[in-house]
Design a protein around this ligand. Structure first.
Ligand SMILES: [Zn+2]
Length: 201
């Protein structure tokens, strides 16, 4: 299975989970000639490989491209530019990711020390990872600029992802399978956080 067809398979699965509702969210995979990303405004449960839009390594979209790329393409560009190991970038809108994004302090969200963190290579004795939460701007390029400056400040992402406040979750991985796994792991953590507050209140 090519990485593009894996991406399509994952788009269906993520749509079925309700994480790409109403044509929201976007997925991309790095290819030899750049990266391919889901198109803008298309239902994520009905995509095919032919719908993916190539952004060549030059960064210039071909004028004869049959579809427009996702409006959030600048987030993907920024991650691929700064993370050489990233082979896939997945951006989804889940309810719990949106809820917990409001709980960040000074741009960071503290995560609970759950066993699931070991899926990211965290070990029990390690310091608890803190998760970045960026402001949501009307123009996605402004979010990408904040992300770029985060990378420039050589702030390390302890985990392969970040939140955008009241917007959604973005992850990356060294394969489409890894990116999919990271979405699932983060979703588990965020659901736990929401549920544990609900139970204790
Ligand atoms: Zn989004």
């Amino acid at each position: 299975m090519t990485s593009e067809s894996q991406l399509i398979h994952h788009a269906n699965q993520l749509y079925e989970k309700g994480w790409m509702a109403g044509t929201s969210g976007n997925l991309s995979v790095r290819t030899e000639d750049g990266f391919r990303i889901t198109p803008s405004g298309k239902h994520k449960g009905e995509l095919s490989v032919a719908d993916l839009v190539l952004l060549p390594s030059s960064g210039v979209l071909p004028s004869d491209s049959p579809h427009r790329p996702s409006a959030e393409i600048s987030l993907h560009q920024t991650i691929y530019r700064n993370c050489p190991d990233a082979r896939a970038v997945y951006h989804v809108h889940t309810v719990e990711a949106t809820v917990v994004s409001e709980w960040a302090r000074a741009g960071s969200l503290e995560l609970p020390p759950l066993e699931m963190l070991k899926g990211f290579g965290w070990r029990g004795g390690d310091p608890l990872p803190v998760f970045p939460v960026f402001s949501n701007h009307a123009d996605v390029r402004d979010i990408a600029a904040d992300l770029e400056s985060f990378f420039r400040r050589k702030r390390e992402f302890l985990l392969p992802g970040f939140l955008i406040r009241l917007h959604g979750l973005t992850v990356w991985g060294d394969s489409p399978a890894a990116a999919f796994k990271h979405v699932e792991l983060f979703d588990f953590l965020f659901r736990f956080m929401v549920l544990s507050r609900t139970v204790s209140s």
